[in-house]
Unconditional design. Structure first.
Length: 372
């Protein structure tokens, strides 16, 4: 019979230690080794007594990778912008305006643009011709150039020079004798006009841009009109449709077209008209390149799309060339007319005037048109 607890029990009998509050059977011997895993089973990690009875840990929430998402969106926007830019560039109307010919003047420093405002009515309906007061092309006797300008952008930090060439200037038209310069456009289009100007000025033309009546009006409307100040007594020309009270006012596309075409209100005719054309072009380029236009999608988008559809450029010209030209003309230009007698002849100062342009030098101040 085993000894009973109490007086006759052996003092060296060992019993498992107990902990207050826990069943006797749950208590292992202090010197008992941990249970070994069965053959082929991975070793079991003893449970952390602090976790016994605790809820399972929540799965760790992954943070959104905003940096990667923003990068993807930015990349998509850049690709869309580049694609749209090249789509617009491919939509430009092009012509072989700057052709090589025997004896063509060599390259001259700086960048030279031939800017032409034609009386083209292409794309205009009869109602639009009446609204713009242009008449039909058959009434005008064929295609002519109402505006001819040469823009010289120097290589250095000097200001660009915008030169008006009066359309009635009598020049030698290669293969056709002497005639008014706008007859070169009527006879042989842009190539013959560009050759005539190069032969007369000895200035190499690098780029060509032409705009018609409808395109000009659309471009003005795209920037929301252009503010011009009309000198007293105002304008009242039934031929161009220019009817304005004196004072500063915003001109719509149709009004702007009438403004730059008006020459019957003035005794000096083309002298004042070409001055108005330069003033208006400077104001138009200034507004088109302003912060208020470039940061306004409702202005810049119509401006770009209307510009693409309105201009005809040389085969070698691209949208970025037009953008660079517009940026150069945004302000601070020297504007003048080639020295002429007020009629159809250039004066003896004209060769010295064009020599300065060809050499990429400032035009001597005494040769510049006096401010009105």
């Amino acid at each position: 019979m085993p000894p009973q607890p109490g007086a006759g029990a052996r003092s060296d009998q060992q019993y498992p230690p107990t902990r207050v509050g826990r069943p006797y059977a749950d208590q292992p011997y202090r010197d008992q080794p941990p249970a070994q895993p069965r053959s082929g089973e991975p070793p079991q990690r003893p449970a952390d007594p602090r976790r016994v009875g605790a809820a399972p840990p929540r799965p760790r929430r992954r943070r959104p990778r905003w940096g990667r998402r923003i990068g993807v969106v930015a990349l998509v926007l850049v690709l869309l912008f580049v694609g749209f830019f090249f789509y617009l560039d491919s939509s430009l109307k092009r012509t072989e305006a700057l052709e090589d010919y025997p004896g063509r003047v060599a390259d001259t420093p700086g960048t030279n643009w031939l800017l032409v405002g034609s009386d083209s009515r292409v794309g205009l309906t009869p109602d639009q011709e009446q609204a713009l007061n242009t008449g039909s092309e058959s009434d005008a006797g064929g295609s002519r150039t109402d505006t001819i300008m040469l823009l010289h952008i120097p290589e250095g930090s000097d200001s660009p020079t915008l030169v008006s060439i009066p359309r009635d200037s009598e020049l030698t038209i290669p293969g056709h004798g002497r005639d008014k310069v706008n007859a070169a456009f009527a006879i042989g289009g842009a190539p013959l006009l560009a050759q005539t100007v190069e032969v007369a000025t000895k200035v190499r033309i690098d780029h060509y841009a032409e705009i018609g009546f409808g395109g000009f009006a659309n471009l003005v409307d795209a920037v929301g009109g252009v503010n011009m100040c009309i000198d007293p007594p105002g304008m009242n020309d039934p031929f161009s449709g220019a009817r304005f009270e004196p004072g500063c006012q915003d001109l719509t596309g149709a009004q702007a077209l009438a403004y730059v075409r008006n020459r019957h209100d003035y005794p000096d005719a083309d002298v004042t008209r070409v001055a108005h054309q330069r003033e208006f072009l400077s104001a138009l380029m200034g507004k088109a390149s302003s912060v208020g236009t470039l940061l306004n999608p409702f202005r810049v988008f119509p401006l770009v799309t209307n510009g693409v559809s309105s201009f005809t450029v040389d085969d070698g010209d691209h949208l970025w060339h037009l953008a660079a030209m517009g940026w150069a003309m945004r302000g601070g230009m020297v504007t003048t007319t080639v020295p002429f007698d007020g009629g159809s002849r250039w004066t003896s100062d004209a060769p010295r005037f064009w020599a300065a342009i060809a050499a990429d030098e400032p035009v001597p101040s005494e040769l510049l048109t006096k401010p009105r």
